[in-house]
Design a protein around this ligand. Sequence first.
Ligand SMILES: NC(=O)c1ccc[n+]([C@@H]2O[C@H](COP(=O)([O-])OP(=O)(O)OC[C@H]3O[C@@H](n4cnc5c(N)ncnc54)[C@H](O)[C@@H]3O)[C@@H](O)[C@H]2O)c1
Length: 359
Amino acid sequence: MSQTTRDRHEPIGVGVIGVGRMGAQHAENLTGAVVGAKLVAIADPDEAAGRRVGDALAVQAVYTDYKQLLARDDVDAVVIAAPADTREEMIEACVAAGKHMLCEKPVAHDLPAARRVRRLLENAAVTYQLGFMRRFDPSYVHAYRLIRQGAIGKPVFIRLISRDAEGPPVEFVGGSGGLFVDSSVHDFDLARWLMGAEVERVYALGGTFIYPEYAEHGDIDVGAVSLSFTNGAIGVHDNARHSGYGYDIRTEVLGTEGAIQIGYLNANSVVLLKKGHGNYDYVPDFLARFADAYRLELQHFIDCLQSGRRPAVGVEDGERALEIADAARASLASGLPVPVKTQHPVGAMDAEPKGTGAS
Ligand SMILES: NC(=O)c1ccc[n+]([C@@H]2O[C@H](COP(=O)([O-])OP(=O)(O)OC[C@H]3O[C@@H](n4cnc5c(N)ncnc54)[C@H](O)[C@@H]3O)[C@@H](O)[C@H]2O)c1
């Protein structure tokens, strides 16, 4: 039953497809942290994983086939957090079943699939939100507003650092689309959102230094991408699957009248001071660093479903980020700068997450 035919005060029934690292967190957020939503079903072909999360969250309806979840009348919307190479098929099934979607990034595992997804969603009668949760992180939202208010003058340079503490297992890498598609898409999206301009050209370098097994899938574990923007601004992004210390996401925007730094290294605001040295603990992983953002993006999704508003982050944003990732991969392969080719210009850069706890 769709929400429009239900009592407006009834919570929106949500199913989670894929309950690995990310999906389990979304499922937990749907059991109390997000107002107006109720977790009603889980699907994962890994029966033990589905059962573990189902038992922990007291959800009876646990399936190994996501199509059984989609067949339920009490599922109004789904969160898709299965591997990227299953995404297109699942989105198609959700559109056919009339289920709204919050989909994890990337839109799909490659650009052609992402473009097919965008075309499919163009005429669909369901709502789609992409999981670029950094746009809901209170610090990034604050920085975005300061930049738009002119606090640093005209933004001219952006530096984006992305480092995981540990790389994912090689089995994940195979279906992920690779470092630029799987991970750097977050930074490519931040780059266009914070700078208020599109990326028009990239030059990429990279290598496999820490996990030689990634090369079997044609992937790298350390990469760097220089960016030039349509308004003449420039930027640099670097990404590593293994930092050797902790989870490290930092961004800096330099403007004509100052700079803004976003992000931090320490998990707690505690510094241990000893003779000759001091230290603090590091942010361990994305679940810790972006806990608020994951909750707020889901709240935004539910608020949009209840109010009929369009989510602030759409499939076009994901397609744009993948266009940049695709150009970066081409540049890495050719050793040359590569223009970013777009099929679908959008004016989404000024879209600001509204109705979230960050507003
Ligand atoms: N937004 C973020 O910060 C963020 C962080 C991590 C991962 N992700 C994204 O989330 C997705 C999942 O990543 P992860 O790290 O949780 O991976 P994971 O390997 O930990 O979990 C994926 C889960 O999906 C399940 N799965 C596989 N095929 C399925 C199918 N056909 N139907 C239902 N479930 C299926 C697997 O059994 C597994 O439990 C990826 O697209 C990844 O890029 C996003």
